[in-house]
Design a protein. Structure first.
Length: 219
């Protein structure tokens, strides 16, 4: 750790910080003192940019709410385990989200980070539509993203239709498009289409599916 403290009062932070903590238990007898140390636990705390405003037009499931209404812009990303509390889950519906900037800003990439864990009925969106507005009122669309994934690697291959022919383990992907103009953007809208029903080969064939997302890509 950069600095070491013995915790006695709440820690106040005002900027992005990583905090590492562990427990230390000291046993003392007449003859000796024994110290037992626990494992380090690491937490990243990221200060949200309040000039970025998010409007979710889709309700996330109460049990998969992550950090709440601003989770998709809180800077916290998850891994490949959907139970960690880093993802928001959307059941049997498209994920529609709009982001408004207090002041228009230059962006190079826009998209969304999603998880797929097919054994848990969690699928990547079938496609992702990204719309941008330079004035906050009129929108234009970037090329639609088909979530075409080569299951042999973690590389997204735009333009190639995937085949969900067999089960594969959890995968996490960033799906994004590069902006096409060097013009400051005031607002963006992202629509992630629900995959639909579990395919025929799936244990839950015909059942509804989830979208799990942890962060919007705004770079």
């Amino acid at each position: 750790p950069e600095k070491t403290y013995t915790y006695s009062t709440p820690i106040k932070i005002t900027s992005n910080k990583r905090i590492e903590a562990r427990t230390i238990v000291i046993y003392s007898t007449k003859n000796e003192t024994t110290t037992l140390s626990g494992d380090w636990v690491i937490g990243d705390f990221i200060k949200r940019d309040k000039s970025v405003n998010l409007k979710l037009e889709t309700d996330y499931a109460a049990q998969y709410s992550a950090s709440g209404p601003n989770s998709l812009i809180d800077g916290v990303q998850g891994g490949k385990e959907f139970r960690t509390g880093d993802f928001q889950g959307f059941w049997n519906q498209d994920l529609v989200v709009e982001v408004n900037f207090d002041s228009a800003r230059m962006l190079s990439e826009i998209g969304i980070s999603c998880l797929q864990d097919m054994k848990s009925w969690i699928f990547f969106p079938s496609e992702i539509q990204i719309e941008i507005s330079y004035d906050g009122t009129h929108f234009e669309s970037l090329p639609t993203i088909s979530t075409n994934v080569s299951f042999a690697s973690n590389v997204v291959n735009p333009g190639i239709i995937p085949s969900f022919s067999s089960y594969v383990g959890p995968m996490k992907m960033e799906f994004f498009r590069k902006t096409q103009k060097e013009v400051a953007i005031k607002k963006i809208r992202i629509i992630a289409k629900n995959y639909g029903k579990c395919p025929d080969w799936h244990l839950g064939a015909g059942s509804n599916t989830w979208i799990f997302a942890d962060e919007l890509i705004i770079r």
